[in-house]
Design a protein around this ligand. Structure first.
Ligand code: NAD
Length: 729
């Protein structure tokens, strides 16, 4: 069984077919690369072969590099990585030169790539080394180089080839943002050469191979007088591109993503030298990125673990619980969003509110989102009609007949929730699972209103539902395995990422976000420069500073949560200083973005202008400002200690969920791979030392949890100790 096979037809065209046994998608392994190399050598050496077509035996071309290869390469250290990458360059360069005479550039054999569907990562880097790229007109196919999304960059020549093919400016969205395109869009952008009807794909590639001339095989960068499109760095136009790109990359990444910087350096430095030297430069930068712990942490969290959770790593082993018909109670902001994502995934939805008008308004939310899609050409009129037809907006609970899952998103009031729980359970069949989308009320308490608490569960969405990919599933005390499986099958159907946690105040995500926000507000009260707080957060990779975050989620919500927490905790409540600031803002109607006034000032149109200058007079700046690192430690430890406590208390049962949930749920510094990953990077011992310092200066909320102390003693790591690290890249 091999990954690649070759067959030569009567006209002398060798078709090399990539078809990895036992996988639905091709991925490149080192053994696969060696096979490909052997087949190319044989075809180039065989006088009967006129040219080569490289294609796939599957519906797609390839999903990318097998990430285990990257782990293997890393294990060998920097020299092994560099040597391995240079070997790959050698094979792809051989395809590109195709046996032509080095001086005259004549006599090579034409090699075409024929992509039936998706072609990602190495699945595009290989075609980029061919002489012409054909793709089937398959609108579902995605073509691109998404490596940057998991903390690396295209390191098999993709960076150098695309920059030379399109110019640095035009290549930037594909390299720096990992933009993926349909075949037609990829052709318009110049990534690929031809889009043909799927049934003509191989014939078109073969015909091109047979008709190609010597000149067709010479890449622009191998021809005399090559100039980089848009100008090389020393050319005024190119100079401007690189000045702009550096600023843009730094602005977007705050310098915390090593891959983005290294990619830009590889393109810049590569543009100054001949092609083969540029490949070597690319390989050196790639090696340095692979050796950086951020890349393995990002691959582990955002690729391996995210996918494992989506595939049901923590699903009870019981039969399929796919949702056929869904009831949504409450058609407000959350209910309307849940109805939309479900109908989009093909699920019938009954959307209930207390008035017909409110229910209709909830359905109109779907219409508005679909209209946006129609405008952008992403949704057809038929698709829009189809999705809307799946949503029945009503006040009539009898319409819940036949639903197998109910998601409740009415007001955050236990009495209202109890009433709709009883009504909905009576109307739906006895097998229906009931889920609440509460963000603050314990699930086990709400389950008391249920006649079937083993069928009662929390399914906690984040706002806005159509954009946020994390869903937190919460097991109440009595929640049974079928409810968990139902929730997971539902989340899978709507293509989001689930984590499953146990019931406790604020579950997992909100439990960690609230201390982050509070730590930021506390610093303002202490006289720390608010801009220092916000910038320190961003410079450590948080997408929003704590003050901006509370403005976005609203200050009155903060006040509400503070009141409820204080009532529940009594004398132990630690956040009095924080509340003073929040209550003061709320009293003045500065409720955050929705009021166009909060910690930030806003224009009438709602544009954020800058931190509000009214903070200064009320909270005068302390003369001695803390260091950037001190502020960052306070902000990070406020979050990660809560994550460790959640693990210690059994709220989290899987650190993979803790890491993936943190990145997708509240944007915890993605470069770090999540809170547990970050603690592993700095080490438990150093973490405990920092906690001691913070506790001495700022109080007992920074006490290292027992688990962390014990790990520091034993020299444990989270991924080492809790097993999931065994799957790490
Ligand atoms: P919302 O006020 O926008 O919507 C609530 C809807 O429920 C309203 O349309 C209201 O008319 C309807 N409703 C109230 N009583 C009802 C009843 N007896 N029968 C039927 N419908 C009734 O609130 P929201 O922001 O959508 O929040 C809903 C739930 O989701 C709350 O439990 C909230 O804590 C939770 N949640 C909110 C967010 C968020 O960011 N807003 C995030 C996660 C979870």
């Amino acid at each position: 069984m091999t990954d690649f096979t070759a067959l030569t037809d009567a006209q002398g065209v060798t078709t090399v077919t990539w078809d990895v046994p036992g996988k639905s998608m091709n991925v490149m392994s080192l053994a696969g690369f060696a096979e490909l190399n052997g087949l190319i050598d044989a075809a180039l050496a065989d006088p009967a072969v006129k040219g080569i077509v490289i294609t796939s035996g599957k519906k797609d071309f390839a999903g990318g590099m097998d990430l285990n290869v990257i782990a293997q390469m890393r294990a060998g250290g920097p020299q092994a990585i560099f040597d391995g990458v240079m070997q790959m360059h050698g094979v792809l360069r051989k395809i590109e030169r195709a046996g032509m005479d080095a001086k005259t550039l004549r006599g090579g054999k034409p090699i075409a790539a024929a992509l039936p569907g998706t072609a990602l990562g190495i699945g595009l880097e290989l075609p980029l080394s061919c002489h012409r790229i054909f793709a089937a007109d398959n609108p579902k196919a995605k073509i691109g180089l998404p490596e940057i999304m998991v903390g690396i960059f295209p390191g098999a020549g993709g960076t150098t080839r695309l920059a030379r093919k399109l110019g640095a400016m035009m290549a930037a969205p594909f390299l720096l943002e990992g933009k993926l395109s349909s075949p037609r869009d990829a052709k318009s952008a110049g990534l690929i050469d031809e889009v043909v009807a799927p049934e003509d794909l191989l014939a078109a590639a073969r015909a091109w191979v047979l008709a190609a001339s010597d000149a067709d095989l010479v890449k622009t960068w191998d021809a005399k007088g090559y100039k980089m499109p848009g100008g090389a760095p020393y050319h005024p136009a190119g100079f401007m591109t690189f000045v702009g790109a550096s600023a843009m990359v730094l602005g977007k990444t705050m310098g915390v993503y090593p891959a983005a910087k290294a990619l830009l350096a590889a393109v810049y430095e590569g543009a100054l030298v001949p092609f083969d030297t540029a490949l070597k430069i690319e390989a050196r930068h790639f090696t340095s990125v692979l050796m950086n712990p951020s890349s393995s942490a990002m691959i582990r969290a955002l690729f391996i673990n995210k996918e494992a959770l989506e595939k049901g790593a923590n699903r009870p082993a019981i039969d399929d619980q796919s949702v056929r018909k869904l009831g949504v109670l409450g058609a407000g902001m959350m209910g309307a969003g849940i109805a939309y994502v479900s109908a989009l995934a093909g699920i019938e939805v009954v959307l209930i509110d207390s008035t017909q008008e409110a229910a209709d308004r909830g359905k109109a939310h779907s219409e508005a989102l679909l209209d946006k899609g129609v405008k952008r050409g992403k949704v057809t009129a038929e698709k829009k009609a189809e999705v809307l037809a799946r949503i029945t907006a009503t006040t009539d609970y009898a319409a819940l007949q036949g639903v197998d899952l109910i998601v409740e998103a009415v007001f955050e009031d236990p009495k209202v929730k109890a009433e709709v729980t009883r009504k909905a359970e009576a109307a739906a069949g006895p097998d229906a699972i009931f889920a609440t989308n509460t963000s603050t009320l314990p699930i086990s308490g709400l389950a008391k209103a249920s006649a079937r608490p083993e069928q009662f569960i929390g399914i906690h969405f984040f706002s806005p539902v159509d954009k946020m990919n994390l869903v937190e599933i919460i097991r109440g005390k009595e929640t049974g395995p079928r409810a968990v499986a139902k929730a997971l099958d539902f989340v899978r159907a709507i293509r989001k990422t689930p984590i499953v946690v146990n019931d406790a105040r604020f579950f997992y995500a909100n439990r960690c976000i609230i201390p982050y926000i509070n730590e930021g507000i506390r610093m303002v009260a202490e006289g720390v420069e608010p801009a220092l707080v916000e910038n320190a957060a961003k410079l450590v990779g948080m997408p929003l500073g704590p003050l901006q975050l509370v403005d976005e989620t609203s200050i009155d919500l903060g006040v509400k949560i503070a009141r409820a927490t204080r009532a529940a905790m009594g004398a132990d409540y630690p956040d009095g200083a924080v509340d003073e600031v929040l209550f003061w803002l709320a009293d003045q109607g500065r409720l955050g973005r929705k009021a166009n006034a909060g910690f930030y000032a806003y224009s009438e149109k709602g544009d954020r202008l800058g931190l509000w200058d009214g903070l200064g007079p009320k909270y005068p700046l302390d003369k001695a400002q803390p260091s950037l690192t001190d502020v960052q430690h306070r902000l990070l430890f406020a979050q990660v200690l809560e994550a460790v406590r959640a693990l210690e208390e059994g709220v989290l049962t899987d650190i993979r969920e803790g890491d993936v949930g943190a990145i997708l749920g509240w944007g915890f510094a993605p470069w770090s791979g999540g809170p547990f990953s970050w603690l592993d990077m700095i080490g438990a011992k150093r973490a405990v030392d920092i906690c001691r310092g913070l506790t001495a200066q700022f109080g007992p909320r920074f006490h290292a949890p027992r688990l962390l102390l014990e790990m520091a003693d034993k020299g444990d790591t989270f991924y080492g100790r809790f097993g999931a690290g065994k799957q790490a890249a």
